[in-house]
Design a protein around this ligand. Sequence first.
Ligand code: TXE
Length: 497
Amino acid sequence: MNGEPDLYVGGQWRHASDGGTREIVNPADGSVAAVVDEATDADARDAVSAARAAFDDGAWPATPVAERAALLDQIADLLQRDREDLALLETRDTGKTLAESRIDIDDVTSVFRYYAKLVGVQADRVIDVGDPDVISRVVREPIGVCVLIAPWNYPLLQMSWKIAPALGAGCTMVAKPSEVTPLSTIAFVHLLEEAGVPAGVVNLVQGSGAALGAALTDNGAVDFISFTGGLATGRTIAKVAAEHVTKVAVELGGKNPHIVFADIGTADAWDAAVDQVLTGVFLHSGQVCSAGTRLIVEESIADEFVAALVERAEQIRMGDGMDPASETGPLVSEQHRAKVEAHVASAISEGAKLVTGGSRPSDPALAAGSFYLPTIFDQCDRSMAIVQEETFGPILTVERFTDEAEAIRLGNDTEYGLAAGVRTSDPARGERVVRALRHGTVWLNDFGYYTAAAEWGGYGKSGNGRELGPTGLAEYQELKHIWHNVAPKPAGWFKGV
Ligand code: TXE
């Protein structure tokens, strides 16, 4: 960073082989936050080779689980030591508020703590095959060389959901953060080195997907690819990897419904519903894969509910994430703001009714940043692109329903299936609707929360595979069945003489 080498291959920091660099822009004001090395295809191939050598010839895959767990705990300690520095980098890079970045670093820490505990208690499965001479057991082994590709909205958080279980399982890996937001991951890999991660176990390259994609994904030396990002990219990676029969797990975002029934309950529950619908969609300017972008609200309360949303949305304080007064920051880049603006224009042309936002803020103090106002469209329907396609910006669409069956139908009417919210004071209805929704996480009278101990991932085109929880570790493991006969005898089905 800023002249120091940023690529980490086989335990050595190095510059790009062609000397290439990239300017990392602070989206709050358009300034250059840092200049980092930009890897070439050859650098990425070196990184895969280093991971391969560390897996095939190194000690890490066979390191006792207690030692691996201790290393994960040590990493968690260092994350907390460097919490403020990492949070500052994350805010400079993504634009999110410093308060959010601090929460991200705490979440990253909790993922390392969780997997430190889990790897220590995973046991082999012993099977009684009905023969006292046979010891049959299924053991877990590291899957091998993993390529970990992360997006720009939660750079270190998304990467940690991959690195922590990969390390815990005994894998070696190449991490590729988004070229838009590599800063926290570079700092984190320095921290991994300090914690004592052996050379070659974690390798780091940053650069564009176009430049590094082939080396990282169209590569028979790779055993597993974990990708979080957009649907189009996920599809490309899965196709390319299929040629090598490489296992792939992808998380590709969502178009997540937040269903509000008229029976939300008390005034407090109403207040919480308004607050959480807004939080669900406008936190981090909507650049959240599980953002509740589709409000599906019962007709009888819709006008009053939308009016309450508009009133509060217009008071959200926008500004540089470094300013403690800011409640939300900018979009991640000018390029991304252009995508959001195109979606808004298409919604208007399709007849959605703009009730607030729909433009850049007029405050001249924000003119240099990639800011966009919290935006609400009423009278939307499922034929509109804004209802079906992921915008990944601060845009809420409103659809209305008249009965429970229609609410469920609308909630499931998306090609994605990552997350959904349901708000009702009727527990039986809540349970019915939650079970009927085809989404990987469903919140009942809450929105947006997760824990390292519970699986995260999507139905439908939101992807396949799961992160976090025991399944998030299992993704990085192969299962081997060992059949051990302690008193071998002939099979006896042929005479043999
Ligand atoms: O993502 P990409 P983009 C959605 C969101 C957003 C859209 C596009 O709707 O507007 O995706 O965003 C790397 N081989 N999400 O274009 O391209 C890339 O360098 C290997 C949802 O920024 O998918 C980066 O590291 N890697 C999402 C990562 O893939 C490739 C979060 C993600 O970038 C590659 C972010 C290739 N061929 C965006 N091409 C979520 N699920 O939360 C790109 N990459």
